[in-house]
Write a protein that binds this ligand. Structure first.
Ligand SMILES: [Zn+2]
Ligand SMILES: [Zn+2]
Length: 210
């Protein structure tokens, strides 16, 4: 991720807020349809004519992977403000429409409301694929564990109430799946599980004491 990020012009990077989800939220101006609007530096202009501003996510895709073949670039994360090239996919319009109606995610995981794999985002009410979210987080973590943890902490500090609400909603929507995962974790390596639980407990106790 950081490798891609470094490819972007300063004026682009300055308008991005990186989310825990991996999304790069566009903080600059938007078009009426919700997509980010960006004026590239002179040597990176894509548009011809008077208005040199372009769709921010389209610029991101082009810079990262080269010009898209299709008219429409799909947000795999369903976040219109996101300009992370890895969350974007070059698709035809009809496939794009199919995604929003589809009961599976682009990777084919089940994505119907009520299905254990589906997480409903508390603010946007959009369906999210848990399997894909997990995979994305894992990849981010593997790429740079320190950075991943630092970002999590920063997100939490920036808005503890929102972070807690989101964790709560995630938990309530899927208590059973989470318990099942905990059980599986435990049986995979009980000693390690207990050690981690102890460590967490101690850390919380310390936080309370200070
Ligand atoms: Zn995204
Ligand atoms: Zn998925």
């Amino acid at each position: 991720m950081s490798v891609l990020f470094d490819k972007f012009p300063e004026s682009f990077r300055g308008k991005i807020a990186i989310r825990e989800s991996g999304c790069w939220d566009w903080m600059g101006s938007r078009y009426g349809n919700g997509y980010g609007r960006y004026l590239p530096p002179k040597d990176r202009r894509m548009a011809t004519g008077k208005d040199q501003r372009v769709l921010a996510h389209r610029f991101a895709y082009t810079l990262a992977f080269g010009g898209p073949k299709n008219e429409v670039i799909n947000h795999l994360c369903e976040n219109k403000a996101c300009v992370n090239p890895e969350h974007l996919e070059d698709v035809t319009q009809s496939r794009n429409v199919r995604y929003s109606l589809s009961d599976t995610c682009p990777q084919g995981h089940p994505l119907t409301r009520g299905h254990p794999n589906t997480y409903i985002h508390p603010r946007t009410d959009k369906r999210k694929c848990r399997a894909c979210m997990r995979e994305r987080k894992r990849a981010e973590y593997r790429a740079d564990p320190e950075k991943f943890r630092a970002r999590k902490r920063a997100d939490y500090v920036a808005n503890p109430e929102a972070a807690r609400a989101e964790a709560r909603s995630r938990y309530e929507q899927n208590r059973e799946v989470m318990l099942e995962r905990k059980r599986a974790d435990y049986w995979r390596d009980p000693e390690k599980y207990r050690a981690r639980a102890r460590e967490q407990y101690n850390r919380k106790a310390q936080e309370r004491a200070s």
